[in-house]
Design a protein around this ligand. Structure first.
Ligand code: APR
Ligand code: ZN
Ligand code: ZN
Length: 379
């Protein structure tokens, strides 16, 4: 199904979606891309999902050095490999990970590659591990979001950031496993380890939140109560397996969740927006012994306020989830298998596709609440 990818002459150009300044339209232009160095690969991108975290880089909610090539959820085909690369070869289809695990730090060693100390610690954020960039234009260098930058026709990334998949994998669907699916399903299955029969609440039914819904269905949760402020999103949630929906623009979400659970509250509440107020709501939805899981990424200066006594009285817990606590090389392939065996919806996540040049339209549609996921397709 996939062809061998021919690599253009050097210096090679790639068309990429770039953030130069905060809160400005994304600039799509041709820049030069270096060949992959030792341990790196050149990926010809096939698809890139448009995630709220990309918008957060544009707005500064997630701070990154600039100019930066956007995109962190994608899949493509290996076009060229640098010296010493043994795990993939040209022509191999791959999913990209938005954390590049070093494979050697204490987190990678104990099975928490999502928290890799090298990835999260190496500066500058957005460069490859040797601290340099592979994209240039005249004297200017460009960073890559999450050390991948999937909104570019070609991306040079670490060998550790690509996960080979079988030749028959539909890469437009597999792209979504790069962030939204793994983050959402993983929050349920790995971070919280929700038991069958639990009642769960999910605040925020976007591209990530609907995958929390899918995770809750997969583990056999009983009541799956989804809260959003956009009726279209609540309709999507029911399609993905929500048993109850709450329109928080019309009703008090905490009161409604209590009412739906005989005034008890839920065993697990997931916040999938990144808003301090809805994080507090998630906590207040818990029954005694319950766990609230923060998936959404709030601005770094945002604080929450929760009555301290509610932690010991009732043994409530508040935990964070990064990349669904995934062991990427295992869990992302398992998710693909769940899709192949009909237990995980990927096709239904893609509401609309765009060309790279239409990327600003994709963000406008996201802000208007139109899409589950918008996906950029290359070629
Ligand atoms: N109450 C309920 N729902 C809300 C509220 C609110 N106050 N504010 C926003 N929402 C809903 C939106 O209507 C939308 O359906 O939250 C959803 C967010 O979905 P997306 O914009 O698709 O965002 P998504 O890509 O799912 O990311 C969500 O996870 O990875 C992180 O950085 C990402 O913090 C972001 C979060
Ligand atoms: Zn994302
Ligand atoms: Zn590591």
């Amino acid at each position: 199904m996939h062809r061998l990818v021919s690599v253009p002459d050097k210096p090679m150009k790639t068309r990429a979606a770039i953030v130069y300044e905060l809160n400005q339209p994304v600039v799509v232009e041709d820049i030069e891309v270096d060949p992959p160095k030792q341990g790196e690969v050149l990926v010809k991108m096939v698809a890139s999902g448009v995630c709220h975290s990309d918008l957060s880089v544009i707005t500064g909610t997630i701070l990154n050095p600039r100019p930066i090539v956007l995109g962190h959820e994608g899949a493509g085909i290996i076009a060229e490999v640098g010296a010493g690369v043994t795990s993939v070869k040209p022509g191999d289809p791959v999913m990209l990970t938005f954390v590049t695990p070093c494979g050697r730090c204490s987190y990678c060693t104990v099975g928490q590659p999502n928290l890799c100390a090298t990835h999260w610690g190496a500066q500058p954020r957005g460069a490859l591990f040797d601290g340099t960039c592979r994209y240039h234009k005249a004297e200017q260098s460009f960073y890559q979001m999450a050390r991948v930058g999937t909104m570019s026709e070609y991306a040079v990334v670490s060998e550790n950031a690509v996960i080979p998949v079988s030749q028959d994998t539909p890469l437009d669907k597999a792209a979504l496993i790069g962030c939204g699916v793994t983050t959402g399903v993983g929050a349920v299955m790995r971070t919280a380890e929700v038991e069958a029969g639990s009642n769960v609440a999910i605040i925020g039914a976007g591209g990530v939140g609907l995958n929390v819904v899918q995770g809750a269905v997969l583990v056999g949760a009983a009541k799956i109560i989804v809260v959003d402020i956009v009726p279209r999103k609540l309709a999507f949630a029911r399609q993905f397996g929500a048993t109850h929906t709450v329109d928080a623009s019309k009703e008090d979400a905490v009161e409604k969740v209590r009412e739906l659970t005989d005034q008890e509250g839920v065993h697990y509440a997931f916040e999938v927006i990144g808003n301090p107020r809805t994080i507090e709501q998630a906590f207040h939805m818990l029954r005694m012994g319950g766990t609230a899981v923060i998936v959404g990424i709030a601005p770094s200066d945002a604080n929450i306020s929760i009555p301290a006594a509610l932690f010991p009285y009732g043994e409530r817990r508040l935990v964070g989830s990064m990349y669904g606590s995934a062991r990427m090389r295992v869990d992302m392939l398992r998710l693909l298998d769940l899709y192949r065996t009909g237990k995980l919806k990927l096709d239904e996540l893609i509401t609309k596709t765009y060309t790279l040049d239409q990327v600003n339209e994709a963000f406008a549609d996201m802000e208007a609440g139109m899409n589950i996921r918008g996906v950029i397709l290359y070629e």
